[in-house]
Write a protein that binds this ligand. Structure first.
Ligand SMILES: *Cc1c(COP(=O)(O)O)cnc(C)c1O
Length: 499
């Protein structure tokens, strides 16, 4: 006979919730109140392990009871060992501070714990997914009676699921016969731009297709897929024995935020009878703005689109959306029977369930975080912000042009800007890439700004993502000043060593 123990009720009861909430609340509010630029302090992982271990109760005879002080110390350690995404110093990643309403809702999701894939367990999330699908599809323009949308834990998984559907659609025998059913016309292959996100390479590998079966499409000077060279590249692939079944365009590349010419690529995909996937993880959010939507002209001709709401829409990560033009082909990604969850008879509920199209079984109801923002504030919450971020990025580009010791690498199409510091006194022998890398390291270590880097045409560039709601052009000016200082320090030290 088991007795209900006191510690059980103590850690499970609503009082525990109240204790933890009331302890966390002021700590989090203080965290959010900080709006001076802060970069990141990177701790030695072994030291951090020690610090974390010190905060653990260890092996006690019975579960320890509530300890607000210990809890606060753990929260503080958590908050201070990552990017300070809420401060304008956070300029290096495609995610940033999130809307508090969405953050609170995310916590609610943990309380009610309704993993969503099946209607009965998570009715509102399933309905919210349907609502958001049709709200967002207004801007894509898929046939509303045929399209489908599901949420996935991250854009990488959205890309994987889409390409799996593509493969199964193009090779109908594949679900039963595996890859051997895909090779009648050559080795299955996928075409994508030189700057396509690395997840797509992994996707191809997961599908059992080799890296040699990735057909890389050359870019133009704006780092978009060069539409004038696509057909010849596809023809050459065919001659070499590849059977390209899918063309991937990027709507906002990760490196520079370039948007491929979606309309022209749709035309080419159609002429060549290819599945057309638009990786809109970064940039599909531009659809929400009347001003920026024209940049994505042609996206409605895609067979599938991936879209990360945890990037420009500032929803807690992950929250990714995968749209299919046609529900029938979407269903082709997976085929399975599991009598414990899937109904054999079509039910009124299954219409509302993403479970059959989705790799994930237990899945976070991430749609709630997006839907609640949409429900409480409406679309303009997003469009206004996204327009502001892109405008600030353009302004930063112009600031860059005014500073002769900087080299701008592209005119930004979205909110990502890449450049290099190139002072006149840079010693000729100093490797240019290494110089940028060293600058980045020092700027980040200085603790005010966190920026990233990327390789462009084989050479390292500094990369900023204008993502923060508190960011102003003064922050960018200050960043340039920090870069200049770091760069000059590097040159000074280099000259001293080589003399
Ligand atoms: C971020 C990104 C991805 C990957 O999405 P995750 O949500 O990080 O898994 C894929 N493609 C592009 C273009 C991206 O920017």
């Amino acid at each position: 006979m088991f007795e209900k123990t006191t510690f059980d009720s103590e850690v499970f009861c609503s009082g525990a919730f109240r204790n933890y909430m009331e302890t966390a609340m002021p700590v989090l509010v203080r965290y959010l109140d900080c709006n001076i630029p802060k970069g990141v302090n990177v701790h030695d992982p072994s030291i951090l392990t020690e610090m974390a271990r010190e905060l653990m109760v260890g092996d006690t005879g019975a579960p320890a009871s509530f300890d607000g002080v210990r809890f606060c110390r753990i929260l503080n350690l958590y908050m201070h060992t990552g990017l300070f995404v809420h401060t304008p110093g956070s300029m290096g990643r495609q995610y940033s501070g999130t809307f508090p309403l969405a953050a609170v809702t995310d916590m609610v999701s943990s309380v009610v714990n309704q993993p969503c894939s099946f209607y009965e367990a998570s009715q509102l999330p399933c309905v919210a997914e349907k609502i958001m699908a049709s709200e967002l599809n207004r801007f894509i323009g898929f046939d509303s009676s045929r399209f489908a949308m599901l949420t996935t834990s991250g854009g990488s998984l959205a890309n994987l699921t889409a390409l799996l559907a593509a493969k199964n659609h193009k090779y109908p025998g594949c679900l039963s016969g595996g890859l051997s059913a895909c090779c009648a016309n050559g080795l299955p292959a996928v075409a994508m731009g030189e700057d396509a996100h690395y997840s797509l390479v992994r996707v191809v590998e997961v599908l059992g297709i080799g890296e040699e079966q990735i057909v890389r499409l050359p870019l133009n000077e704006k780092r978009q897929i060069d539409v004038n060279r696509v057909q010849e590249t596809l023809d050459r692939a065919a001659v070499s024995g590849l059977d390209v079944f899918c063309l991937v365009a990027s709507a906002g590349t990760t490196s520079v935020g370039a948007i491929d010419p979606l309309e022209e690529l749709a035309e080419i995909a159609q002429e060549n009878n290819l599945w057309y996937h638009v990786d809109g993880c970064h940039g599909a959010s531009l659809l929400l703005s009347d001003k920026l939507r024209p940049l994505l002209e042609g996206i409605g001709r895609a067979d599938s689109i991936s879209w990360d709401a945890h990037k420009m829409m500032s929803v807690p990560s992950p929250c990714s959306l995968l749209f299919y033009k046609d529900r029938e082909t979407a269903g082709g990604a997976f085929r399975q029977e599991a009598s414990y969850v899937f109904d054999r008879e079509p039910a009124i509920y299954s219409e509302y369930e993403g479970g059959s199209m989705n790799f994930e079984c237990t899945k976070r109801p991430m749609i709630m975080n997006l839907w609640i923002l949409w429900a409480m504030h409406g679309r303009t919450l997003f469009s206004a912000r996204i327009e502001q971020l892109c405008a600030l990025c353009m302004e930063s580009y112009h600031i860059l042009l005014e500073n002769q010791d900087f080299e701008a690498l592209h005119s930004p199409q979205t909110n990502i800007l890449c450049f290099r510091y190139r002072p006149e006194n840079l010693p000729e022998k100093f490797p240019y890439s290494l110089f940028q890398q060293e600058i980045r390291k020092r700027v980040c270590c200085a603790g005010r700004y966190f920026i990233s880097k990327t390789d462009i045409a084989g050479e390292t560039a500094l990369r900023v993502v204008i993502m923060n709601y508190g960011h102003t052009s003064d922050n960018f000016r200050e960043l340039l000043q920090e870069i200049r200082k770091a760069g000059q320090d590097v040159i000074f030290e280099y000259k001293n060593i080589s003399n």
